[in-house]
Write a protein that binds this ligand. Structure first.
Ligand SMILES: *Cc1c(COP(=O)(O)O)cnc(C)c1O
Length: 820
């Protein structure tokens, strides 16, 4: 985060820290993640104790050039030339510093909270007010105890309006955010069930949220939602909107959809006013009304508010990773551009190891509140710290500030059209391309030109959710227990390097694949984590060794083959993993084999055992718990003997996903996390909101047909409708992985919010849905599964398990990855 400057001595006073200052440095950026270090020289690193203890990363930050640290009192760091400020709690220090910074400015500040819609309302208010204000706001949805201070730190003297959202998940959090944001105007968005689990009841949650406004002068909210809380609202002046109560300041009395737009009529100051919203889904409408009310509360005329709201653009905080032309990977972030989101996008680009070459296409950054030369030198600095091989700048401001940039390959274009004309000549090939542009540059045109044409059925993978799931399981492990992520079978259908890059960046310890080829693909995509291969084929040992993959040895034959292979090539101490069959009866040495196995391993110089493991046959099922206990006993007996023979420690591991939750006493040194990573785990109650499916499968309607009561539908004349009605033919069939078993009404899909059944047999590339009575048209989106319409349900419909559904989605279905 970039902002103003403080001397380290000032910072020490502000946060009331101990420690000695050895160098009088200037601080302009606050750092909390050792993997994201830009501007190291004038950065201040806070060793926060989040999921990992931040103090473990101090050395890494130091190595990246950071010389100023805020750490907890405790053992001293011996790092020459660095300033260490000692405090009781580094997070509090970060918040205190941000609150101090906020106090230096008297700009107008709008504070936003609520359960849903905070980020959208913030971004929309930004769109609506940017014409006459110089605005500072949270990057993306940086609204947490850490995100808010980092956001507020960006305030500079040129800003005249701040719009900051605050998010909380439990009690006693809001006061801290209030002290940092100090909003003068409050906006409350929709209150729903999100984070209910962090509070004893809904009332407690609402009251906690209202604490953001305890010193505000004006509050804008939906009266219908807060009818029972009138006594709790302490703000002097309120501006309410309602769909039920005429006494509200803005009473919305009529809502109609006119060709996908939403037309509202309301009473305001005893006059009838109107507004056209360019969205029609309920959540967007509610957020837009909140923005409408806010504009009116700020004194804009009804005419002006309507004019601006009509032009609202969709907000996308997520960037998209997809396959590009000529074997490129394309990262599409063409919705907004500011320094902070550029930094986030560059960081994501940095995580991509699949191509050596990295290209950045960037538009002018509008509305930064900085002088142009200062801004573009900051941009150039930021880019300089990343591994960018070529830079393509689009826009007159970038053209005018070319001299800031010094990359070995750089091109500048006056506008998007000029770049599009030259696109061929730029010869994009086997590289990762980040496309980052302000909305008005319409970079989606560039993205379209550089992306592979997606067949209209796509599987969307949410990488943040993947990370959330990983952290959920990590929270169930004792410190020091390692995680092996199972990425076999194309990561259960979810992708190869896309998933692995994310896991590598987030420091899982091991990856596991089924076959050597799968491991080779990961290595070629730049994955350097240790990779275990479950079924190594003898014919591919060369590849195994060339790509430094580690075989699972499950039989005497395989052990013999590998030892002979190593002997012939004088390979010594090659890392292997031993699989013990304790009851699954698939692959592995049985307990009575262990003695001979030990004989073979004793003083064997060719291999070195990395780990000993076994697999539970029914870790998820309570009725088999006695059997599982037997497996655990057999496993312990086996590894003890093996370790005794070897004379060194090996990694012991037994639990798969369900085992992690149900058998905490059997985690040993490592767990093997599979399906849970992808968001499915029958042993976790559905109420555990921490676990979320990462994939959604979507397609679209190719044609809509009227069907008479007697007509038949699909092959074998298998389907028909009871009454006259209509069907939609959608672009997914059994060749995509939508199995034939879903035909004839067994499977259901979500069309415009309604679940509709299949009719007739599923065909190879298409199938038909009964959409009688629905207002649908060609091109409409159809959801096969997502986080609401869950994959577990689909599995149940055809009597299978989610694993089979996921791994059956064929490779011709394009995967698109999202990251926020
Ligand atoms: C696939 C697999 C796992 C992961 O199982 P989940 O139930 O998906 O967590 C673990 N261990 C082995 C040996 C596997 O083959």
């Amino acid at each position: 985060m970039h902002s103003n400057q403080y001397s380290i001595t000032e910072v020490k006073q502000i946060i009331n820290a101990g420690g000695n200052i050895v160098n009088e440095n200037t601080i302009s950026s606050l750092l909390t993640d050792s993997r994201r270090i830009n501007n190291a020289a004038d950065g201040l690193f806070f060793a926060l104790n989040a999921r990992r203890n931040g103090h473990e990363f101090v050395a890494e930050a130091y190595a990246a050039g950071v010389r100023n640290f805020v750490v907890q009192h405790g053992p001293e760091f011996n790092l020459p030339g660095a300033n260490f400020l000692l405090v009781d709690d580094p997070l509090t220090a970060l918040q205190v510093l941000a609150a101090y910074h906020r106090g230096q400015f008297n700009l107008q500040v709008i504070g936003i909270t609520g359960s849903n819609g905070k980020t959208i309302v913030k971004e929309w208010l930004y769109q609506l007010l940017a014409a006459d204000k110089n605005i500072v706001r949270n990057p993306k949805s940086y609204n947490s105890q850490i995100g808010v201070p980092l956001s507020v730190w960006q305030i500079n003297g040129r800003n005249d309006l701040g719009i900051f959202e605050a998010g909380i998940s439990t009690i006693n959090e809001m006061d801290k955010l209030e002290a940092i944001i100090k909003p003068e105007i409050g906006v409350l968005t929709h209150i729903g069930p999100a984070h209910d689990e962090g509070f004893s009841n809904r009332r407690q949650k609402v009251l906690e949220k209202l604490r953001l406004f305890k010193k505000a002068k004006k509050l804008i909210y939906n009266y219908d939602q807060l009818t029972d809380y009138q006594k709790d609202i302490q703000v002097k002046e309120t501006f309410t909107w309602s769909r039920k109560f005429k006494m509200a300041d803005l009473y919305v009395f009529s809502e109609t959809v006119i060709s996908k737009k939403y037309y509202l009529r309301a009473y305001f100051q005893k006059r009838e006013i109107e507004c056209l919203i360019p969205f029609s889904d309920q959540a967007s409408v509610e957020n837009a009304i909140t923005c409408w009310a806010t504009m009116l509360a700020l004194g804009y005329s009804a005419v002006e508010a309507d004019k601006r709201i009509e032009r609202l653009a969709p907000v996308s905080m997520r960037l998209e990773l997809k396959n590009g032309i000529n074997d490129c990977s394309v990262i599409d972030d063409s919705y907004n551009s500011d320094l902070q989101s550029l930094e986030i996008a560059l960081n994501f680009l940095g995580q991509q190891n699949q191509h050596e070459k990295r290209t950045l296409i960037l538009s002018d950054i509008l509305q930064s509140g900085l002088q142009q030369d200062v801004l573009y030198c900051q941009v150039a600095n930021l880019i300089g710290t990343q591994k960018i091989d070529r830079f393509i700048g689009v826009g007159s401001a970038l053209m005018n500030n070319q001299t800031c940039f010094a990359l070995s390959e750089q091109h500048f274009f006056s506008d998007t059209a000029a770049l599009l004309q030259q696109l061929k000549q730029l010869n994009f090939r086997e590289e990762t391309i980040l496309i980052k542009g302000s909305r008005s540059f319409e970079f989606e045109r560039i993205s379209r030109a550089l992306s592979q044409k997606a067949h209209e059925t796509i599987m969307e993978i949410n990488l943040n959710t993947l990370l959330g799931n990983l952290n959920f399981y990590r929270s169930k492990l004792k410190p020091g227990v390692k995680v092996m992520a199972m990425v076999k079978a194309f990561s259960y259908g979810s992708g190869t390097f896309e998933v692995a890059n994310m896991l590598q960046y987030n420091k899982v310890d091991y990856l596991a694949v089924a076959y050597i080829d799968e491991g080779v693909a990961l290595r070629r995509a730049g994955i350097n984590l240790p990779v275990m291969v479950l079924n190594p084929e003898v014919s591919a040992f060369d590849k195994l060794v060339e790509y430094k993959l580690q075989p699972v040895i499950y039989s005497f034959g395989l052990l013999d083959d590998f030892v002979v292979y190593s002997q012939d090539r004088s390979i010594l101490n090659y890392p292997i993993h031993l699989k013990i069959d304790t009851g699954m009866h698939r692959l592995g040495f049985e307990n009575l084999d262990i003695e001979i196995l030990c004989d073979m391993l004793e003083e064997n110089r060719y291999v070195r055992v990395q780990s000993v493991f076994s697999h539970l046959a029914a870790s998820e099922a309570a009725q088999h718990d006695e059997f599982t206990k037997k497996q655990i006993k057999r496993f312990e007996k086996a590894f003890k003997e093996i370790e005794k023979t070897l004379g060194y420690k090996v990694i012991k591991h037994l639990c798969n996903t369900a085992g992690i939750i149900r058998w905490p006493s059997a985690h040993y040194d490592m767990v093997r996390l599979g399906i849970g990573l992808y968001g499915v785990d029958s042993s976790v109650p559905a109420s555990e909101t921490a676990l979320q499916p990462i994939a959604s499968l979507k397609t679209s309607i190719a044609q809509v047909k009227k069907i008479g009561a007697g007509d038949t539908i699909s092959y074998g004349r298998s389907g028909s409708l009871l009454k006259d009605g209509k069907i939609a033919t959608v672009r997914i069939g059994y060749a995509d992985g939508y199995l034939r078993a879903f035909g004839n009404g067994v499977g259901k899909m979500l069309v415009k919010g309604t679940m509709v059944p299949t009719v007739g047999n599923i065909t190879m590339d298409m199938c038909m849905l009964d959409v009688s009575g629905l207002d649908v048209s060609e091109g409409d989106e159809v959801i096969i599964f997502d986080e609401q319409h869950r994959i577990e349900e689909l599995a149940k419909q055809i009597g299978t398990i989610p694993y089979e559904i996921l791994t059956n989605i064929s490779q011709r279905v394009k995967r698109v990855y999202f990251y926020e």
